[in-house]
Design a protein around this ligand. Structure first.
Ligand SMILES: [Zn+2]
Length: 743
């Protein structure tokens, strides 16, 4: 045996690259098809070359520049003039089947990696997959000497489920620097997101330079006075740079130029654009201004056409977003010019005037080769079938729009408004509260195609877009208390936190076929993705430990959890204190005597950041109004379709004569609990009272409370509740029994 051991060790070492390669790589969004072909891995090393065919130099250079810092390899980018090994080859192939314009194939073996796509856009997406086939250290900005840069032997064929995979960034309420916008584009690109909806204008600031109207940014780009003066804008040179950066990363920028509402800075800069030529100020607090562009005066049209001419020239994409949301018509109703316009055009009310305005803008933009997209309010305004509808608050508009033939992008508040928090846990940053939290799971388990929409109409759903509104910067000024010396400002970190990891979920909603989507599988792959975010220094929300609590027979508890991040740890305490980097590490599972003081947090790799606190809470606490917990029923303990007597001990809870109310509450399982009645006995034998009626508790509940009048209370006696209970179609039912004194 002595002689065999070293050989075995050697064999293990030799085999390990293949063994590693056999594990499915963690790619987000999940590719449509990926085969682990099983051969030896491709090793990126100092001799590796990146070769390209045709005019694919730029996308090849982008790949090289992504791989160079961490590897330290030269990775020369060369034309494909000779067949050689140890290379990554990028080529367009017009005959490629089944990949569409944005898809690709990627085949890796020990001697080369070959990437094919119909277009540069597909090649770029392939490079993002290739980077995710490498260890997470590939994102390091400095050379990582101890890493093996191997790529498993795989054959991938991939394409997106939806053509519009978007994020919206509100730069009006908060002005993000050009550098942060570029960083945000990188964040999107790694998820294969391809549309940045750029909310450039709102009541709180005008952010795009318009050469013909310099006051828009000089005046309208700033708010507040003295040292509280705040603002900024993008010059046209900035915008050209941002657009070029996005285009190289397969991202189209859709600028939003709001009208007729949400445009107060334009009226501040040029009062004649409003109905009554009034002077305004750019507001420093959040509000939705009732002021609109005057739809009656021709001077408004001169202005809008000039602005849209400059905007159309800056953005190469097809769509220009014209807003259209939340217009209120009190000004138009009183303005003589607007009233005259309505009379002349035969329009009945403000809605029809907005529709007229929208279609006039649409017609103008058509002359510039552009199509409009607007919030769902624009549907029904007489826009053409070319107009894109962005459904945010009225799901019905998605169905109506798609059936009518309009392209539709889904930005539903309940799934895609990432300016709300992921949870209500203490410690979440201040966020929008007018809608419920959107957990990672809720962001993931969503089909952009509304129920019932099929066939050609369903194809009009272009995809989905997540929204990062920055109203909170106006509500909660302290978010702006940026700490100097950090790589990312507090405000930028805040937006990172809201965006990630939910952008990962949305990317998969938009990219991966519905049949290949599975939340558990996704969170498994996200473990690696979160480690990538850590390397990139993205200030993402670290998942709270998902702790399973199992009571044991000997009255202890087994707590188990897996860190949600590769290289991360879960640390815990049992005394109610907040875990620190010195606290014990939860490796798999731990036994504790009490769960009440158990606390746990996830620490990201490197221990620099951690999650919010996991705190065990007794499920009965939720039912405070119903009384105190006296017992639980569990799967298998109750009758299987037939009533069975189960005893709950109320000793100590029945502590004087009087009326008591006992409630059964279902907490989980496949069957509801049916209750035929209860009987209370004193010292196991003496009848106290009974309440015999049928009730049930499950997805819904009826008559599930029972009342007992105690008139023979005796100090020191035991009181037990005998309940006749059963699952309606089996015994898989769980719940709690609660008692309170009185009604
Ligand atoms: Zn007017």
């Amino acid at each position: 045996m002595k002689h065999i051991t070293p050989l075995l060790v050697l064999a293990t070492i030799l085999l390990s690259p293949t063994i590693q390669a056999a594990e499915a790589p963690s790619i987000v969004p999940r590719p449509q098809q990926m085969k682990i072909t099983g051969g030896a891995a491709f090793r990126l090393n100092a001799q590796t070359k990146i070769r390209y065919q045709g005019d694919q130099q730029q996308v090849s250079e982008l790949l090289a520049s992504a791989l160079r810092p961490a590897t330290g390899f030269p990775l020369p980018v060369l034309k494909d003039t000779q067949k050689d090994s140890n290379r990554i080859l990028l080529m367009t192939d017009p005959h490629l089947k089944g990949t569409g314009t944005e898809g690709y194939t990627l085949v890796a073996n020990s001697s080369e990696i070959e990437i094919r796509a119909k277009t540069t856009r597909g090649l770029f997406n392939a490079t993002q997959t290739l980077i995710q086939l490498l260890p997470t250290k590939i994102h390091s900005k400095t050379k990582s000497s101890n890493t093996q840069w191997s790529i498993p032997a795989v054959a991938i064929q991939d394409h997106p489920a939806f053509p519009w995979r978007g994020m919206m960034l509100d730069v009006s309420r908060y002005f993000f620097t050009k550098e942060y916008v570029l960083r945000y584009l990188d964040m999107m690109a790694m998820h294969k997101m391809n549309a940045l909806h750029w909310h450039l204008i709102d009541d709180a600031g005008w952010r795009i330079e318009i050469k013909k109207y310099p006051r828009l940014t000089e005046i309208g780009g700033f708010r507040g006075k003295g040292e509280n003066r705040y603002g900024g804008f993008y010059t046209q040179e900035d915008i050209k740079e941002i657009v070029a950066y996005a285009t190289a990363r397969n991202i189209t920028i859709v600028p939003e130029i709001e009208l007729p509402a949400h445009t107060l800075p334009a009226l501040v800069a040029y009062p004649h654009l409003g109905c009554f030529n009034k002077k305004f100020e750019v507001p420093t607090r959040h509000s939705i201004s009732p002021e609109l562009y005057c739809a009656g005066k021709e001077t408004t049209w001169t202005f809008l056409e000039d602005v849209f001419t400059e905007v159309a020239a800056l953005f190469p994409g097809t769509y220009i977003h014209i807003g259209g949301d939340e217009a209120r018509f009190s000004r138009w109703n009183k303005c003589p010019d607007c009233q005259a316009r309505m009379k002349k055009e035969g329009l009945k009310n403000g809605h029809e005037l907005q529709g007229w305005m929208t279609t006039r803008v649409e017609k103008f933009l058509k002359t510039k080769g552009k199509r409009i997209i607007g919030w769902d309010e624009i549907l029904g305004a007489g826009v053409s079938k070319d107009a894109g509808i962005m459904t945010w608050h009225k799901p019905r508009t998605a169905v109506d729009g798609a059936k009518r033939g309009n392209p539709v992008v889904m930005s539903l508040t309940g799934h895609a408004y990432f300016d709300v928090a992921e949870s209500k846990l203490p410690g979440e940053p201040p966020t929008a509260t007018w809608i419920k939290p959107i957990s990672l799971e809720k962001a993931y388990t969503w089909d952009p195609i509304p129920a019932g929409l099929t066939g050609a109409a369903a194809k009009n759903i272009l995809g989905a877009s997540g929204c990062i509104w920055t109203d909170q910067f106006l509500h909660k000024a302290h978010i702006l208390a940026d700490k100097p010396g950090q790589g990312t400002t507090a405000s930028e970190a805040y937006v990172d936190y809201l965006s990630l990891p939910r952008m990962g979920a949305l990317s998969e909603v938009c990219w991966t076929a519905k049949t290949s989507r599975n939340y558990e599988n996704f969170t498994g792959r996200m473990r690696t993705m979160l480690a990538r975010y850590t390397e990139l220094d993205y200030q993402y929300r670290i998942p709270v430990p998902d702790v399973t609590v199992k009571p044991n027979a000997e009255k202890t508890f087994t707590l188990s959890a897996t860190p949600a991040i590769v290289g991360g740890t879960i640390r815990y305490t049992v005394d109610g204190s907040t875990p620190t980097t010195d606290s014990k590490v939860l490796n798999g599972s731990v036994n504790v005597a009490k769960v009440a003081g158990f606390r746990a947090t996830t620490f990201a790799p490197g221990n620099k950041r951690h999650s919010l606190l996991f705190q065990y809470s007794d499920p009965s606490n939720k039912y405070g109004k119903q009384g105190t917990l006296i017992g639980k029923w569990k799967s298998g303990q109750v009758g299987n379709t037939k009533a069975k007597e189960v005893i709950f001990d109320a000793t100590g809870h029945i502590n004087s004569n009087g009326l008591y109310t006992i409630t059964f509450l279902f907490t989980g399982g496949r069957q509801r609990l049916d209750i035929d009645g209860i009987e209370v006995v004193r010292n196991d034998t003496v009848p106290v009272g009974k309440d015999i009626h049928h009730g049930f508790t499950g997805g819904s509940r009826k008559d599930n409370t029972y009342k007992i009048k105690v008139s023979n209370y005796e100090t020191g006696a035991s009181f037990k509740i005998k309940a006749m209970i059963y699952g309606d179609e089996g015994a898989d039912s769980n719940g709690v029994v609660l008692i309170r004194k009185g009604e």
